[in-house]
Design a protein around this ligand. Structure first.
Ligand SMILES: Nc1ncnc2c1ncn2[C@@H]1O[C@H](COP(=O)(O)OP(=O)(O)OP(=O)(O)O)[C@@H](O)[C@H]1O
Ligand SMILES: [Mg+2]
Length: 755
């Protein structure tokens, strides 16, 4: 039927399900249209309907449309929405992110910039590595310039469309730092070009330079793209803004473009942008809200349409989100409303630690799934990736399929794999792959040639690679290299000895320092490396907890468990997978149920925002983005303590929680505490209570359970033992809780009392 709609050329049917303002936006014809509105008011829906409307009215071909979104996930959702509207393939239509659109243009036009079309795109770590070398060569140690600082300065310059020469011209020559950065910037550009490489920011700025320097190329793209639509316009930076401007700015007479068929002159491309200044969350990358506020000045005669009805969320969720964002100063109040009804209350849960928080979240997920909510309709959102390990571990244990969107799963991340490879070679000296992986991690100057030599020696002497390392003296390498490798082998021996006496967590803790891995990440100042440290700390925290639950567990037990758990990733059922992602990635998306985790001071708002101007406001917008992803049900959770690097720190709940009116929330955590208080010794405060529970856990040593016994669990309430196995102290019990879940517990460790 939808195909008919398209073939019948019936654009009116497309606007039947829209409110008057949305309909006006879809049907508007003119050079420039700006739609500003709060979350969930149908901005993206208007964009997709507008695209379909152009097609159905046969005003444009798919290939004449360029639609730009911010994330790959948003782009693929937009494509799906358009295809289901037109009932046909959207082939030929560009629905892309800024970066992927520019990448495609540059691939085609590379030779005009003196590049080959097979150029490489340097990711952040490639750029940092290059900058580090250049800084060293420029003697930056004395001026104390970190690669990360230089990278940020260069990135900002590129986002402002300033090249190395501009930068050098404007640099204050009497300031040694500026002089060095200017010099390094020029060297960096030279090296990129020599390597036939662009960095991330180049993709956009170079496309702008290309279009500016070559009007005939600009004309070609203007001729092709007759209508450009940009979603999430509030997050465009200057370079992105300039790109749009080049693609819509009138052509000079000598480069005027003409219709091949009619011979008529073609006017500039038209533009539709939609945005919400309350959802601007990329100021740190140079996003400029002024692009939205000054749109009318930049595009004279532009039409502005406001949308006010929210179709996504229930009133409780919307009121909660509005209450949070209204704390931001200097914003235009919006009149966003919904007729969806008040809906369920926002559930607020306080866990005593991150495992308790994860257990609660996963348990709710299981219950919702049992009650018929598909996994694909649920998402867990967080401020930073470091918050996921306990959650991922719990999801794995409970065999719930999940996907980490826009990021690697925890156990697939490089630093985690590195750490596990270290643990693996310590646990099993015959694991050649692991030994070879860590040989030069962190960089100790052992190159591939040396690695191959060692491997060959190992083969000839029928030795594992690890053993060949110990005999590196026989290889005739240079003295320095030989000493480095001997030292590496010696370190592995020490760690092997340690692992015989200590638990895996202690081994990991020591190896991160002894190997120099931690120091190399700490020294790098690359934000990615900062995240890597957080992740390694998270792994360590998780390992300590694993050790607490498996006091007899060995390193190889742990590694086997992790590997098997990773294999559980394969499972997926017809209800899809749960999505895990950062708040930044979640922009524009929506889910039936949303869990916002890690609502603590220092996590959200993030600690780094405290001393940045406007930092707290940007964090509040992130919170607003997170809350407004939920359609029917919103959970907000926090943990009173988190374990990082074996250290447990306590956290205060996020100040944003105080902004949500009490009557919109139900405090699940307090209910849980009340339950506990009514059943046994009352803890004094919630989190001391949690510690008491942990202490009580250790007193379970002599507890033995039998099938049929009733127990009270700290998190899950009362339940009945339905199976037991093993004998104390290794007895495990399967308990079916009245609150729904069935759990397998190690009796001596579980936070339970026998009733
Ligand atoms: N007129 C309408 N009738 C029914 N549903 C609608 C209508 N307008 C929007 N919706 C639905 O409301 C939800 C939110 O719409 P959409 O994602 O387009 O909002 P948005 O303004 O782009 O939100 P965000 O600011 O989060 O990007 C979607 O599920 C959409 O299909
Ligand atoms: Mg949207």
């Amino acid at each position: 039927m939808q195909l008919d709609l398209f073939q019948d050329n019936n654009p009116d049917a497309l606007v039947a399900n829209l409110n008057p303002q949305q309909r006006q936006a879809v049907e508007y014809r003119g050079k420039a249209l700006l739609i500003v509105a709060g979350a969930g008011s149908g901005k993206t829906r208007v964009l997709t309907h507008r695209i379909a409307h152009f097609l159905a009215a046969k005003e444009l071909w798919p290939s004449q449309i360029l639609a730009i979104t911010f994330t790959n996930k948003a782009a693929s959702e937009m494509r799906d929405r358009v295809e289901s509207l037109i009932g046909a393939s959207s082939e030929g239509m560009w629905i892309k992110t800024f970066h992927s659109a520019c990448l495609q243009i540059l691939r085609r036009e590379a030779d005009r910039l003196g590049y080959d079309s097979n150029f490489t795109v340097y990711d952040t770590s490639d750029s940092r590595a290059l900058l580090k070398r250049l800084l060293r060569e420029a003697g930056a140690e004395d001026a104390d310039i970190k690669p990360q600082q230089a990278a940020a300065i260069i990135s900002n310059a590129k986002n402002e469309l300033k090249d190395a020469e501009d930068f050098a011209r404007n640099a204050d020559r009497s300031n040694p730092k500026e002089r060095i950065v200017a010099e390094v910037f020029q060297g960096y550009e030279r090296e990129l070009k020599r390597n036939n490489a662009f960095d991330f920011d180049d993709l956009i700025s170079e496309t702008v330079h290309l279009l500016r320097a070559h009007p005939e190329v600009r004309g070609r793209y203007q001729k092709r793209f007759r209508h450009i639509l940009v979603d999430e316009y509030q997050d465009t930076n200057h370079a992105q803004y300039a790109l749009i401007r080049e693609l819509t700015r009138p052509m000079p007479d000598e480069y005027a473009i003409f219709d091949d068929r009619t011979g008529e002159q073609i006017p500039p491309a038209e533009l539709t942008v939609v945005g919400d200044s309350d959802q601007s969350i990329y100021a740190f990358r140079g996003a400029d809200i002024r692009n939205i506020t000054e749109f009318e000045r930049d595009f004279p005669g532009a039409q502005t349409i406001l949308l006010e009805q929210n179709y996504r969320s229930t009133q409780n969720i919307l009121s909660g989100a509005n209450a949070v964002i209204s704390q931001n100063p200097y914003r235009k109040a919006k009149n966003l409303w919904t007729d969806a009804g008040s809906g369920e209350l926002i559930s607020v849960f306080t866990g005593y630690d991150e495992r308790n928080e994860a257990a609660y979240v996963v348990d709710q997920i299981k219950q919702l799934h049992t009650q018929g909510t598909n996994y694909r309709d649920m998402a867990v959102l967080y401020r930073t990736n470091a918050l996921t390990p306990s959650l991922e571990a719990e999801l794995k244990t409970q065999r719930i399929p999940y996907a980490v969107i826009g990021g690697l799963k925890f156990f697939e991340r490089k630093e985690i794999k590195d750490a596990l490879a270290y643990l693996s070679i310590i646990s099993n000296a015959r694991n050649d792959e692991a030994a070879r992986r860590v040989l030069n991690i962190p960089a100790r100057g052992v190159g591939e040639k040396t690695e191959l030599k060692i491997a060959q020696f190992a083969r000839e002497n029928d030795l594992p690679f690890r053993m060949a390392l110990a005999r590196v003296g026989e290889l005739g390498l240079g003295p320095k290299l030989t000493a480095t490798i001997e030292e590496f082998a010696q370190m592995l021996s020490e760690l092997e000895a340690l692992s015989a006496a200590e638990g895996p967590a202690e081994v990991l803790k020591l190896l991160l320092t002894r190997s120099g891995y931690r120091a190399s990440l700490e020294g790098s100042r690359d934000p990615q490396d900062e995240a890597r440290i957080e992740n390694l700390d998270a792994l360590l925290g998780q390992l300590y907890q694993w050790q607490a639950v498996n006091p007899e567990g060995t390193l190889s037990d742990y590694l086997a468990e992790v590997t098997l758990a990773a294999a559980a990733d394969e499972i997926e059922d017809e209800s899809g997978t749960i999505s895990l992602m950062t708040l930044h990635t979640a922009k524009g998306l929506e889910y039936h149920t949303v869990f916002l985790i890690g609502l603590e001071q220092g996590t959200l708002p993030h600690i780094r925002s405290f001393d940045e101007p406007g930092g707290l406001q940007e964090e509040r917008r992130l919170m607003y983005v997170g809350m407004t992803r939920a359609k029917q049900k919103l959970y907000i959770t926090n943990a009173l303590q988190r374990t990082l690097f074996g250290n447990t720190s306590s956290f205060v709940p996020s100040s944003f929680l105080n902004d949500i009116p009490q009557e919109l929330c139900e405090q699940v955590g307090q209910e849980r505490r009340a339950l506990r208080e009514s059943n046994y010794q009352a803890p004094r405060t919630s989190w001391q209570g949690a510690l008491n529970t942990v202490a009580a856990v250790r007193d379970n040593k002599d507890l033995t359970l039998e099938v049929g016994d009733r127990v009270q669990h700290d998190t899950f309430g009362t339940g009945k033992v339905i199976a037991v196995s093993g004998t104390p102290p290794k007895q495990t019990a399967e308990v079916r809780f009245e609150s729904g879940p069935t759990k397998r517990l190690l009796v001596k460790m579980a936070p339970i009392v026998k009733l």
